[in-house]
Design a protein around this ligand. Structure first.
Ligand code: NAP
Length: 281
C-alpha cells in the first residue's frame, strides 16, 4: 500500500508560509499585489480565476481582477499588460490561459515583464530554469517538487520518467528533477516501449491528460507515482492519468486526483507572487 501524498494538507502549509512572508514584507511597508487577467467567459477559466483570488485573500495578497470581453483584440490585451508592467504597485501578472481564439498566447506571455511573470512561462524565466537557477518555477512542477521535499523522497541518482513534454508541465518537470540530480527520461506520444521505460523508473510523473491510461503494467513495485493529469472519467468524475485503484497497491507513494498536484499548483502561484513581491521591495 502506498503512502498518499496529500496535496490539500501540504498546500495549506505552503500557503501559511507565504502568508507569514507576505506579512513580514507588509511590516516593512511592502504590500503584495497580483493582477489576474481573464479574457472571455469560459466557465472553467472563471472558476480557476475565482480560486486564485480566494488563495490570494488567504495569503494576505491583494488581488486585482481584470475582465476583458470575448472580442478583445490582441492590441487591447497587450495594452493592459503594458499598463500593469508599468504599475509599480503590481508585483505579479497572471493572464489566465488558454486565451480565446485569435489571440497570440506566446506574444502575450513574452510581453509580461519577466520579474512579474508569476506563472514562469516567459522565455527568460524558462532560460533561468534551464541553467539550473530558477527565479520562478512553473507552478505545477514546482508543486510536485514540494512533495519530494516534504515527504523526504530521495531524488538524487534515481531514475525518473516524465510522461508528457508540454512547456508548462513536462519539460520544466524534467529540468527540476535533473537539477536535483535525478537521471531523467522525458517521454511523449512518439515514445516506443513506454511501459518498459516506466517500469525501469523509481519516480514516474504522468502529465498526459488521458483518463486512467497508466495501469499497474507501467510501474515497478515501490515506484513513486505522481499524477498530474486532470481528466473526467466515463461517469464524469474527476480522475488522473493513472488508474489509482490498480497502481496504489504497488507504489511506495502516490498522488490522488483530486487532492494531489492540483492544490499544490495553486499554492505555488502564491509562492511565486510572494517572490515577485520580494523582488520589488
Ligand atoms: P498537453 O500540452 O496536452 O501535453 C500532453 C503531453 O502528453 C504531450 O507531450 C503529448 O505528447 C503527451 N502524450 C499524449 N498522449 C500520450 C500517450 N498516450 N503516451 C505518452 N505521451 C502522451 O498537456 P499539459 O498541459 O501538459 O497537461 C497534461 C495534463 O495535466 C492534463 O490533464 C492537464 O489538465 C493536467 N494539468 C494539471 C495541472 C494541475 O494543477 N493538476 C496543471 C496543468 C495541467 P506529444 O508532445 O508528442 O504530443
Amino acid at each position: 500500500m502506498a503512502e498518499i501524498l496529500d496535496g490539500k494538507a501540504l498546500s495549506k502549509k505552503v500557503k501559511a508560509q507565504v502568508k507569514t512572508g507576505v506579512e513580514e514584507l507588509l511590516a516593512k511597508g511592502k504590500e503584495t499585489h497580483l493582477a489576474v487577467v481573464l479574457v472571455g467567459d469560459d466557465p472553467a477559466s472563471a472558476i480557476y480565476v475565482k480560486h486564485k483570488h480566494k488563495d490570494c485573500k488567504e495569503c494576505g495578497i491583494i488581488s486585482h481582477d481584470f475582465r476583458l470581453s470575448n472580442d478583445t483584440s490582441q492590441e487591447e490585451l497587450l495594452g493592459l499588460i503594458d499598463k500593469l508592467n508599468a504599475d509599480t504597485s503590481i508585483d505579479g501578472i497572471l493572464v489566465q490561459l488558454p486565451l480565446s481564439k485569435g489571440l497570440d498566447e506566446h506574444q502575450v506571455i513574452e510581453r509580461i515583464h519577466a520579474d512579474k511573470d508569476v506563472d514562469a512561462f516567459h522565455p527568460f524565466n524558462i532560460g533561468l530554469l534551464s541553467i539550473g537557477m530558477p527565479r520562478f518555477a512553473p507552478c505545477t512542477p514546482a508543486g510536485v517538487m514540494e512533495f519530494f521535499e516534504e515527504y523526504k523522497i530521495d531524488i538524487a541518482s534515481k531514475n525518473a520518467v516524465v510522461i508528457g513534454r508540454s512547456n508548462i508541465v513536462g519539460k520544466p518537470m524534467a529540468q527540476l528533477l535533473s537539477t536535483k540530480d535525478a537521471t531523467v527520461t522525458l517521454c511523449h506520444s512518439h515514445t516506443q516501449n513506454l511501459a518498459e521505460i516506466c517500469r525501469g523508473a523509481d519516480i514516474v510523473v504522468c502529465a498526459v491528460g488521458k483518463p486512467k491510461i497508466f495501469g499497474k503494467d507501467y510501474f515497478k513495485e515501490g515506484a513513486v507515482v505522481i499524477d498530474v493529469g486532470m481528466n473526467r472519467d466515463s461517469e464524469g468524475k474527476l480522475c488522473g492519468d493513472v488508474d489509482f485503484e490498480e497502481v496504489e497497491p504497488i507504489a511506495s507513494y502516490i498522488t490522488p486526483v483530486p487532492g494531489g498536484v492540483g492544490p499544490m499548483t495553486r499554492a505555488e502561484l502564491m509562492k511565486n507572487t510572494f517572490r515577485a513581491s520580494e523582488l520589488h521591495i
